[in-house]
Design a protein around this ligand. Sequence first.
Ligand code: SAH
Length: 355
Amino acid sequence: MNRNLIDKLYKNTTLSGEEYTELIKNHAPEDAEYLFSLSRSVRQKYYGKDVFVRGLIEFTNYCKNDCYYCGIRKSNKNISRYRLSEEEILSCCDNGYALGFRTFVLQGGEDEYFDDDKICSIVRLIKEKYPDCAVTLSIGEKSCESYKAFFDAGADRYLLRHETATGQHYKRLHPPSMSFDNRLRCLCDLKDTGFQTGCGFMVGSPFQTAENLAEDMLFIKRLQPHMVGIGPFIAQHDTPFSQFASGTAELTLFMLGLIRLTLPTVLLPSTTALGTIHPRGRELGILSGANVIMPNLSPVDARKKYTLYDNKLFTDCEAAEGLEKLKAEMKSIGYEVVVDRGDCATVRGTGQNNK
Ligand code: SAH
């Protein structure tokens, strides 16, 4: 039983690297249940039973990078590439707004077609039409100047998963052209620019050890991001990692609980990847301390082509059209999907980018 360490984390909101490692390596199902009872109570304190939803718009699957795990990597010649036009993106927002979404997340590969001017123009259009909504960007590594330009155009939040906080592990997941230091530089620049900033990592990615996950916990404690996105690694058949086993729902849920106790007010999504490997993944994520769900607002045709990993869910509760079903599902476990920008509790009221 590792209750003492869980109690310590609850009390101090941090542990040493060795202690995190010990918990990640050795926890019985009863330990996990105990952890979740505490992580739910912390979540309840800051967010009640609210579940924030974000409308995810996957607007391009072109990418100049070649991450070994990712299905939209440049070298994958077997996927059909697409870009949404400005009109198509706005029409996704129109649908989303009518459904009750008050945050739009523009995510894509690192596609040079969408230069800073194009991104700023899209952000401005969305913010002009929907000033009561938050816009989140998730478009990878850019210069500090680009991040400033996006912020000045009105973007509120930025998601850039660090993927792993261990430099040596990062090297095994990415080609030599990509650098861990630059990823970290980007996260610091994003925070300095004024974005509500999100980092995150995959659980069960190839070569990952419990020590690596402990390093991720220490990293998020240092960075103090507003959001942390985590999900299980899931192999994609056209990538160099096609033969690796996927991460487990069990460990992903446990990590969600640890993150909630480490960063009590963090925005924590129960991700599509978690819903993909477990039929009740998204509900269980919420019951482990998560408070955000990101249904897909992309046109159905685009969803099928945005294949980061195999068997990605894109209908049913994962889809924006399935919002009623998602609401009912959340209600059945005692939670409520709300119509709200869903800012981080530490910046609520002041968090709006009013530029
Ligand atoms: N280009 C953007 C968006 C990347 S896609 C960026 O660099 O931030 C969003 C996230 O999907 C990635 O950060 C990665 O953590 C996750 N992802 C990619 N491939 C995956 C896979 N095979 N299994 C699980 N998650 C994956």
